[in-house]
Design a protein around this ligand. Structure first.
Ligand code: BG6
Length: 493
């Protein structure tokens, strides 16, 4: 990987430093950036939580967390990283520990301070209040929050107002980790770094777009949170709408953060509202039942939850539309779910069929071109094309594909995790890949009426067997329009 210039020394305080996000994502990402030489040995990583831990035992926990992966880390490099790590017990909801934190940070007053709130959203207000009370909200401070930003438009506005009471928008970084994925950023490169696509990127040439984020995992271990959220809040309102924005936005005139975000905001505002009867017609919600994923038999959602039944959806399919000049009439089919047949995230752009076929029936069917952007796993880009089947004896057509796989194109290079890029962007003060306040609110403004219509619906989410592709109604949603969900293996050789 090309070398990255080191960042000036900075401090990062992780509230929730003993929690799952810190252990699984944040600390391993910081380690990788340290190993890559992007984080200088003078920077400090301060874990913080209510637990009365000493720094030495926290470092042991960190060492354990960052070495669980398959990669071997040389012990001297690991020790060098751990020497950046410190721990302070701080209680976000009281004054305990704050004076010590302030003293520690003020020992290095002239550097960027990142406060990562890896804590429940119910504690954001308290944390911001204390940061202000202890004078830790200066111009070099930045605050990072994770979704969920609210559970509807009103609560999102409240959360945003709470943050804005203390930090300016430029200091506030709302993470959507999908934006840190290499292939998501690659969408920008693909669309705007090639002259090829732009003239075709509109309703006259594109028949429809499919965005699928399918997971094999269930909700075990997170059922408490998940049951209050569901797939629309957990995946669609944020990750999937952000993907849709990158596909549908107008070319920004520069990569300036607000220029890009202005264009995304226009897409969110142009989403055709789905209300009442539309919701019944254009959305499908499902919930998994016991089934086999891979070769393992897994329980149903309600069983995992320990409840008799639940109204929470673990699957959503939506036929959305972006009602503007470029996209009017082009369906954007969104689909996401837990315990589906395969873990796959992809965007499929299906072009219009050729207008007139020169070839007789003996040539075989003409399949419209598809551009398939595979986000995970097997990141890559594929363009489905028709060619002549080799050999004499008439002209027969065959589907084939131009294929670019990240793994073979960049063999030997490790693919950085989304958090690596995003954390360094926070330190650099670059908010391009973070959600702006108005984006979050516009996404909720679209999601709210769908949630409201579902809440009125006496029926439970449609059942689907774990290990399938979701309820049959999701297939019907697309087939009603004379289309089908893209299936990789069948569609292209
Ligand atoms: C999170 C959701 O934001 O994204 C999870 O809360 C989901 O429910 C996860 O599993 C998916 O992320 P990734 O990077 O594994 O696709």
């Amino acid at each position: 990987m090309p070398p990255v210039p080191p960042l000036p020394d900075f401090d990062i305080v992780i509230f929730g430093g003993t929690g799952d996000l810190a252990k699984r994502k944040l600390l391993p990402a910081l380690l990788q950036r340290f190993l890559a030489g992007q984080i200088n040995p003078g920077s400090r990583i301060i874990g913080s939580a209510r637990d009365a831990l000493g720094s030495a035992s926290y470092r042991m926990k960190v060492a354990e967390a960052v070495t669980t992966g398959s990669e071997r880390i040389a012990s001297d490099r690991l020790s060098a990283f751990l020497s950046l790590v410190d721990y302070l017990p701080v209680d976000v909801s009281s004054e305990a520990g704050w004076a010590e934190l302030k003293a520690k940070l003020e020992a290095r007053p002239d550097r960027v301070r990142v406060f990562y709130l890896a804590i429940g959203p119910g504690l954001f207000a308290e944390a911001c209040k204390r940061l202000q009370q202890f004078g830790l909200d200066g111009p070099l401070s930045r605050v990072v929050v994770e979704k969920p930003i609210g559970h509807d438009l009103d609560s999102a506005r409240q959360t945003n107002a709470t943050l804005a009471n203390v930090f300016s928008e430029a200091q506030t970084f709302r993470i959507d980790h999908y934006l840190g994925k290499e292939t998501v950023q690659n969408l920008i490169a693909l669309r705007f770094g090639n002259a090829l696509f732009e003239p075709l990127w509109n309703a006259a040439r594109i028949d429809h777009v499919q965005i699928t984020v399918a997971e094999e995992l269930g909700v075990a271990g997170r059922a408490g949170y998940y049951d209050t959220a569901g797939a629309l809040r957990d995946m669609v309102q944020n990750h999937m709408l952000q993907l849709l924005c990158f596909v549908a936005m107008e070319p920004p005139y520069s990569m300036d953060a607000d220029v890009v975000r202005d264009e995304k905001l226009k897409v969110l505002r142009a989403l055709k509202p789905l209300r009442g009867e539309d919701v019944r017609q254009y959305t499908v919600r499902g919930q998994y039942r016991k089934g086999v994923v891979g070769s393992v038999t897994v329980p149903g959602y309600a069983e995992e939850l320990g409840a008799e039944q639940s109204r929470t959806e673990t699957f959503v399919a939506i036929r959305a539309e972006v009602a503007n000049w470029r996209w009017a009439g082009v369906p954007f089919y969104l689909r996401t779910g837990k315990r589906l047949a395969q873990r796959v995230s992809e965007i499929v752009v299906s072009f219009q069929p050729v207008r007139h076929s020169l070839f007789g029936a003996s040539a075989g069917p003409l399949t419209p071109n598809k551009l398939i952007i595979r986000l995970q796993p097997d990141e890559g880009v594929r363009l489905g094309l028709m060619i002549k089947e080799p050999g004499p004896g008439g002209l027969r057509l065959r589907r084939t594909s131009l294929d670019m796989s990240f793994a073979s194109e960049f063999a030997g290079q490790r693919q950085p995790d989304a958090y690596e890029r995003l954390l360094m962007d926070v330190v650099r003060g670059n908010p391009t890949l973070f959600m702006r306040r108005d984006e979050v609110e516009a996404a909720w403004a679209w999601a709210d009426p769908i949630l409201a219509a579902w809440a009125q619906d006496p029926e439970l989410p449609r059942p689907y067997t774990a290990g399938s592709w979701g309820p049959t109604a999701a297939i019907a949603l697309v087939e009603r329009d004379g289309r089908t969900w893209h299936e990789d293996l069948e569609d292209l050789p």
